[in-house]
Design a protein around this ligand. Structure first.
Ligand SMILES: [Zn+2]
Ligand SMILES: [Zn+2]
Length: 419
């Protein structure tokens, strides 16, 4: 597809298509070479393109809410005086809507990583709408396309088109509307999802703006404070913390599970995004209800889902088997070795691969035994339970041994190469 567009650019047709190509596919250099345009001319053309293709409603909302929230905050402090209770009100609504986007819009609706009681669904639909990030149907359609077409021209927030484009530029343009009902057929059968879609602006306006403003007025005697902190500032911070997932989480961090796309793992980004910063894991195992898989990984969205499961309001939590996660990690390590090697020693690689397979197989075996143990521990005679436990202990020893040998072989192979 890129080749055909390049040919269009290179032909003698007017620059209309090329303008689009410039913004959409980052072909400044080609434009420059084909038309002999200087930097200033290219910039002028791109600005012209942006202006011509702006989605005015989205742009005005996204560009005006930040200065409006700051101005109103200053006016609130000036006229009514700072009140920390208003700050708490803002944080309260921020958490309600933020977690509704990550646990609701993202993991429940877009990925179906678990199922939830209708009360929970309705809560997420209401406070997710209050974050002003579109209805679940549109949000999930964009997000599912992002996962299936990641880093390509069809990815709605393709990071290869630049940081700004992936962060919010795509929403400013008319082409940002990627809604495709074929991606959300399952969701459009859900009556609550449809209701939210049809009444989106009313729900968002009431719960996102009117309710915090009313609480500010009725409880703390300040309309300005409620509007500035509980409504606008909350919306602005929520926007950008979600946008960070599409921009920074494809920009900074590590790639422990796959390097086949630009998604990265970063504990720092997890702090800013209710735990969504483990984005490399998420892109590889998108159906998993967790993003941070270790207990110490900061993933409040995962903790909320686990809590909901405990009180029977969430169920069918999807969890990737540990052996699959280990397999992805070890494969990445092996891949790095192969990429870094000039002259690959086939025998050494073969040996490392063998240890990798053995470690994965032992873990898979342990998980199978564990499943058997959990389902049968109350029904089987005690000697059979003891036998399973012994087998589990042996499998653990095997895993440790094989992993250590895998690491040792990798280290010795690296030091051999350096030497
Ligand atoms: Zn992503
Ligand atoms: Zn996702």
């Amino acid at each position: 597809m890129k080749t055909s567009i390049f040919l269009t650019v290179a032909s003698t047709t007017p620059l209309k298509k090329a303008d689009l190509t410039f913004v959409k596919f980052n072909l400044q250099l080609r434009l420059k070479n084909c038309y002999n345009l200087d930097e200033g001319q290219i910039m002028a053309k791109s600005i012209k393109y942006y202006l011509k293709n702006l989605s005015w409603i989205n742009s005005l909302f996204l560009l005006l809410t930040p200065p409006a929230s700051i101005t109103l905050t200053v006016l609130w402090i000036y006229f009514d005086g700072f009140d920390w209770r208003l700050l708490l009100l803002g944080i309260f609504f921020y958490i309600l809507s933020g977690i509704s986007i990550t646990a609701g819009y993202h993991r429940l609706f877009a990925h179906k990583a678990y199922d939830a009681h209708p009360i929970v669904k309705i809560f997420f639909l209401v406070f997710g709408a209050a974050a002003f990030q579109n209805s679940v149907l549109k949000w999930a359609s964009d997000h599912r396309i992002h996962h299936s077409e990641v880093d390509t021209e069809s990815d709605p927030y393709n990071i290869n088109e630049g940081f700004f484009y992936a962060h919010m530029g795509w929403i400013l343009l008319k082409e940002g509307n990627h809604f495709n009902d074929k991606y959300v057929k399952d969701l459009s059968r859900d009556k609550w999802v449809l209701f939210q879609h049809n009444h989106y602006f009313k729900i968002a306006g009431f719960f996102g703006i009117l309710l915090p403003t009313l609480i500010g007025w009725l409880c703390f005697d300040t309309i300005l404070g409620g509007l500035a902190i509980g409504a606008l500032l909350k919306i602005v911070i929520l926007h950008h913390s979600t946008f960070f997932i599409n921009s920074l989480c494809h920009y900074i961090g590590t790639t422990p599970y796959t390097d086949s796309n630009t998604a990265k793992d970063s504990w720092f980004m997890a702090l800013l995004t209710f735990g969504e910063g483990y984005h490399n894991f998420h892109h590889y195992f998108q159906a998993d209800f967790r993003n941070g898989i270790k207990w110490f990984h900061f993933d409040p969205t995962k903790w909320l889902i686990q809590f909901l499961a405990k009180i029977k309001l969430a169920y069918k939590l999807k969890k990737t088997p540990d052996f699959k996660i280990m397999s992805a990690k070890l494969n990445m390590k092996l891949l790095q070795i192969k990429k870094g090697a000039k002259d690959i020693d086939d025998m050494a690689i073969l040996e490392i691969e063998k240890m990798k397979e053995k470690a994965i197989e032992s873990l898979r075996h342990l998980e199978e035994l564990n499943r058997k143990y959990q389902t049968a521990k109350d029904k089987l005679p005690s000697f059979s339970v003891l036998e399973i436990k012994e087998k589990m202990a042996l499998a653990k020893v095997e895993i440790n041994y094989n992993l250590k040998k895998f690491e040792y072989l990798i280290q010795s192979y690296n030091s051999y190469r350096v030497a």
